[in-house]
Design a protein around this ligand. Structure first.
Ligand SMILES: [Zn+2]
Length: 159
């Protein structure tokens, strides 16, 4: 099974997402259609190459809210879950969400939320990544972004 890889042209940033995690995400998107859903990406960064290795997800917390064109990720249980995952060396590295039946391009609201996260000391993640899933069953589309704190976000190309 291949990983989904996102890279920047000059190779400064890279995201690697194992196929089994993508399948898990696709199932959640199918269940949620026609409404958005989302959650958290956990994993680790390799120091030398700035590669974010995604090794798991957290599904939408119970206090999340969504409609066909918006998603507000809740926070209930997230801290406890991240504390548990920390012992498995899986750390908060970003967010994922679904744009049902539409483009995986990020919205201005998405940019605002990610900048807030990169500035939020609680997440301890100055370079959070964002995975957006667009389309629907059999015609999925993916976009990947990095939000370095205090700098413009970077769009990554999927290989
Ligand atoms: Zn969005």
């Amino acid at each position: 099974m291949n990983n989904l890889i996102f890279t920047e042209s000059n190779q400064r940033f890279k995201i690697s997402i194992p196929n089994e995690i993508l399948i898990e995400v696709q199932k959640l998107c199918e269940l949620s259609f026609p409404n958005e859903t989302g959650g958290i990406l956990v994993g680790s960064y390799s120091e030398e190459f700035k590669c974010a290795d995604v090794s798991g997800i957290i599904v939408a917390p119970p206090d999340s809210k969504s409609g066909p064109t918006w998603f507000s990720r809740g926070t209930n249980g997230v801290k406890g879950e991240l504390d548990r995952l920390w012992f498995k060396k899986k750390f908060y590295i970003g967010e994922w969400h679904y744009h049902p039946g539409s483009s995986s391009n990020l919205s201005s609201q998405d940019i605002k939320q990610m900048i807030n996260i990169s500035n939020n000391e609680n997440y301890k993640c100055p370079e959070p990544i964002l995975l957006i899933v667009g389309g629907k069953s059999d015609l999925w589309e993916y976009s990947g972004y990095v939000f370095p704190k205090g700098k413009p976000f970077v769009y990554l190309i999927s290989e």
